[in-house]
Design a protein around this ligand. Sequence first.
Ligand SMILES: Nc1ncnc2c1ncn2[C@@H]1O[C@H](COP(=O)(O)OP(=O)(O)OP(=O)(O)O)[C@@H](O)[C@H]1O
Ligand SMILES: [Mg+2]
Length: 388
Amino acid sequence: MRELIIDSGLVKKFNPIHLKHHEFLPIAVENDKLITAHAPGAQQHHKFIRNVGQLATGYETSFYSIQPELLQHELKLIKQGIYHRMLISEKQNQVAPRGNILSVISNKGGVGKTTISIELAHQFARMGLKTLLFDLDLGNADVSNKLKIFPELTLYNFFNKEVELDELVVKTAFGFDFIPGECGEFKLANMTWAQKQRFFRHIQAISTKYDLILFDLGAGITRHVIDFALMADDSIIVTTPNDIISGYAAAKATYGRFVEINSKIESSDRELGEYVYSPWFILNQVQNMRQGKNLYHSLKRTIDNHINENSIFKIFPEYLGSVISDRDRLVDTYSKREIIGLKHPKSNLAIDYRQLAVNYLGSSLVEAPVQQQRGSGLQRFVKMLGLK
Ligand SMILES: Nc1ncnc2c1ncn2[C@@H]1O[C@H](COP(=O)(O)OP(=O)(O)OP(=O)(O)O)[C@@H](O)[C@H]1O
Ligand SMILES: [Mg+2]
């Protein structure tokens, strides 16, 4: 199984009406071939697709089949500017989209990771995206604590091989699905190689059922937390005006592991995304948006001066947005088992959370070269575990 990200620049060369009517989706050009997904019933359209494909790209077309409802869903997402990664199985000549995986991390505790994960998951779900929130704060089950949802089965049972991952999925009243963590002694640090490998296989399978998956990780940047953060396609580092140094430390530590993994690849085989680590930054609990943006710029300058100047591997931090400080409203809302996006959709907090989601999705609108800088978390996982 390998992955290709849908090339937005390529899709734009085709007419959306053609894509819908002929039930096909151009994915990427690879080895001088136009890789496309098509619905099995659309065989009669092959000739047309070949001709149009040749005209638009100059290349012969390779056809992979995709379930018709998945194809229609992808075409809908493309209209919103969302371009997924596709899992390609040569053996079965099939493709399936897989959702983007996002990890939320911080060096310091209590900066707002879990609140942001919950509110972001809700905003994505509101936009019509199938969203899964994963409580990977093992030992603390922070999402459960906040939402007061304590399912009987948790990740602990999964790691104990008592259940499969999809048996843990709980539907919430907030629009997104949820996989609960565990309160107790279980820690990411205790995970064995075999457990990580099993987790990878399950994540890969479950990622084909969602558009977006969020990992809420516990505080601190231990090796294990970092590895989970890098399993995701994108990492979000949450920091506050009081913890800017910790934000920098989180980026530096994650980048260190990123370099370690990618240094193992022969430099001639390295792709653009394997040189550039692009974490997103959220400035939480700011007094105003300007303060957040200024702090992001000073972080970026520090990274440029201290890291990028001296290394062929770079960190390009990106600004996802800021969230205003409003502790009273948060504490009051969550104490009633409510969330901000639903209970106070017009509040400044809710507007800020929505803007984070919009900014994230908007980023996939950019053209192909920038898109390709975004590595694939699952492919990185394969390298981390030495699976191939
Ligand atoms: N924008 C905000 N303004 C004011 N207070 C906030 C804001 N966001 C979060 N908080 C408060 O900060 C505290 C910690 O938030 P949260 O539990 O989400 O952080 P966390 O990073 O997940 O913590 P932990 O490291 O323990 O997992 C909570 O009391 C929460 O209400
Ligand atoms: Mg938390």
